[in-house]
Design a protein around this ligand. Structure first.
Ligand code: SAH
Ligand code: ZN
Ligand code: ZN
Ligand code: ZN
Ligand code: ZN
Length: 421
C-alpha cells in the first residue's frame, strides 16, 4: 500500500527533508523502499519496482487458499501435513516438493482452529512483532466483550482473540459473537474465508484485496438488528501512534457512515491495547479515551509474561472510549474499584487526595507538591531542573537550547519537531 511521508531533521537546520518510506516495515532490511518527496523517478526505476512487487506476491491468492482449505479438511488426518519452513498447509500432490522441509503431520481439526499456535509467531521481525495473548488475558478480553453485550468484534491485529471467538462460535450454538480479522499476516488467509479475514495494513488503512475486501469490512460494521460492534486492536508497539490513529479514525468513519440516522455524535467503541507510556500520545489523537489498569500478558514475550509464581509487571494496558466504570477488572487478580475515580484500579494503586485520582502506572507513586503531580517514588525534586528526576542526573541548564531544533525550553527527547518522524 501507499508509503508514508516522513521528515529527516538534522542538527541546526530548521527545515527537514521529506521522504517516503514503507508504512509497515520499520526495518530497512525488511523493505528498502526510499524516495525523496521531490525526487524524479525514472521510467526504468518505476518498471523495476513494479517488477519487484509482482515477484513478491504470495504464491496463492486468498480465494485459492480458501479452496485449498476446503480440500484439506476433507483429507483423513494421516494425509494432513503442514510445512513449517514454508508455513503452509500442503495437499498430497505437493509433499514431494517439500520433502526436505520440516513437516508437521496428522494435523487435527483443533489445530486448524488455532492457527496462531500452528504458525510460528513472526516475533523477531520488527515488522510483524507478533506477541500473542496469554490465555488468561485473551479470556478476560472475550468475557469483557460478552459482558458488555457486543456481538461483533473487528479484530485488528488480534489473531488470537479472533480465533477463540471463531472456535467458540463453531462449537457452541448459543454463542452469537462474530469476528472479522484484519491483519497484515497473509498466512492467516489459509485458515479463514473472505468473510473472516481481510489482508489489511493498519499503518495506512490499506486493503490489499481492493474494493471487495473493503466492502467486506464495511458490511461487517453495519449493525443489523442492533448488534453492537467494537474494534479491538493490539498493534506492534514500535508502530507510529499517529499513523495508527489515522487508520483507526478511518475505520470509525466507515462505521459512522453505515448508519443512516444514528451514531451522529457517537464514537465507535474501541479497545486499543498498547504500553502505558504511550498514554499521552494516544490521548492526543483520542481525547475521549482513558487508560485502564489491567495488565495485558503475552505468551511469547519474555518481558511481559506471567511467571508461574508471582508475576512480572506487564507495561501493556487497554485504552478505551467506553465508560471506565463498565470495564470490570478481576478482583482475584488484585484489582479493586475506586469509588472516587469510578473505575477499577490495581491494588497497589492508591488514590492520591491531592491529584484526586489513582495515578500510579506501574508501582506506588508519591505526590510532589512542587511539580503538582505524582511521580515515581525513587525520584526527588531537583531545584536546578525544577522538576522531579533521578537522584543521579546531570542538570539540564535551561539556557542551553535543544540539541535537535536549537530552541530553549525543552530537551532533545521532548523536541516537538521529532514527533513528525
Ligand atoms: N496479542 C495479539 C497479537 C498482537 S501482535 C493476539 O494475541 O491476538 C501484532 C499483530 O499485528 C500481529 O498479528 C501482526 O501480524 C499484526 N500486524 C503487524 N503489523 C501490521 C500492519 N502493518 N497492519 C496490520 N496488522 C499488522
Ligand atoms: Zn516447504
Ligand atoms: Zn481513585
Ligand atoms: Zn498526586
Ligand atoms: Zn537537577
Amino acid at each position: 500500500g501507499p508509503a508514508l511521508l516522513f521528515v529527516k531533521t538534522s542538527q541546526g537546520k530548521q527545515e527537514g527533508r521529506r521522504f517516503y518510506a514503507c508504512s509497515a516495515c520499520r526495518d530497512r532490511k525488511d523493505c528498502n523502499f526510499f524516495q525523496w518527496e521531490d525526487e524524479k523517478v525514472s521510467e526504468t526505476r518505476l518498471a523495476a519496482r513494479e517488477d519487484y512487487n509482482r515477484n513478491h506476491q504470495p504464491s496463492f491468492t486468498h480465494r485459492q487458499n480458501v479452496d485449498r482449505y476446503k480440500n484439506f479438511v476433507l483429507l483423513p488426518s494421516s494425509k494432513r501435513r503442514f510445512c513449517q519452513d514454508c508455513q503452509q498447509l500442503l495437499l498430497p500432490a505437493e509433499w514431494e516438493k517439500h520433502s526436505d522441509h520440516q513437516l508437521l503431520c496428522d494435523i487435527t481439526t483443533a489445530q486448524l482452529k488455532s492457527p496462531s499456535q500452528l504458525l510460528h509467531p513472526l516475533e523477531n521481525k520488527k515488522t510483524n512483532a507478533q506477541y500473542l495473548f496469554a490465555d488468561r488475558s485473551c479470556q478476560f478480553l472475550l468475557n469483557l466483550l460478552i459482558d458488555l453485550g457486543f456481538k461483533r468484534v473487528l479484530s485488528v491485529g488480534t489473531p488470537r482473540l479472533h480465533e477463540i471467538i471463531q472456535s467458540k462460535a463453531s462449537q457452541e450454538e448459543e454463542f452469537s459473537v462474530r469476528s472479522l480479522l484484519l491483519d497484515i499476516d497473509f498466512r492467516y488467509s489459509q485458515f479463514y474465508t473472505e468473510d473472516e479475514f481481510c489482508h489489511y495494513n493498519m499503518f495506512n488503512h490499506h486493503f490489499f484485496g481492493g474494493e471487495a475486501t473493503r466492502e467486506t469490512c464495511r458490511k461487517f460494521l453495519c449493525e443489523e438488528n442492533g448488534e453492537r460492534v467494537i474494534i479491538v486492536t493490539d498493534p506492534p508497539f514500535g508502530g507510529l501512534v499517529e499513523a495508527l490513529a489515522s487508520s483507526f479514525k478511518k475505520l470509525m468513519a466507515m462505521w459512522r457512515e453505515t448508519e443512516k440516522e444514528g451514531h451522529d455524535n457517537k464514537e465507535m467503541p474501541m479497545l486499543w491495547i498498547f504500553p502505558y507510556f504511550f498514554e499521552s500520545r494516544i490521548l492526543d489523537f483520542f481525547p475521549s479515551f482513558s487508560m485502564m489498569d489491567y495488565q495485558v500478558d503475552y505468551d511469547n514475550h519474555a518481558l511481559y509474561k506471567h511467571g508461574k509464581t508471582g508475576r512480572r509487571q506487564s507495561p501493556v494496558r487497554i485504552f478505551t472510549n467506553l465508560t471506565p466504570s463498565m470495564i470490570v477488572l478481576p478482583e482475584e487478580e488484585g484489582y479493586r474499584f475506586c469509588t472516587v475515580c469510578q473505575r477499577y484500579v490495581s491494588s497497589g494503586n492508591q488514590h492520591c487526595e491531592i491529584c484526586n485520582s489513582c495515578t500510579s502506572k506501574v508501582r506506588w507513586q508519591k505526590h510532589c507538591v512542587l511539580c503538582k503531580k505524582c511521580v515515581k517514588p525513587s525520584w526527588f525534586h531537583c531545584n536546578n531542573c525544577n522538576c522531579c528526576t533521578l537522584e543521579k542526573h546531570s542538570c539540564e541548564k535551561t539556557d542551553v537550547g535543544c540539541f535537535v531544533c536549537g530552541k530553549a525550553g525543552h530537551k532533545r527527547s521532548a523536541c516537538p519537531s521529532l514527533s513528525h518522524t
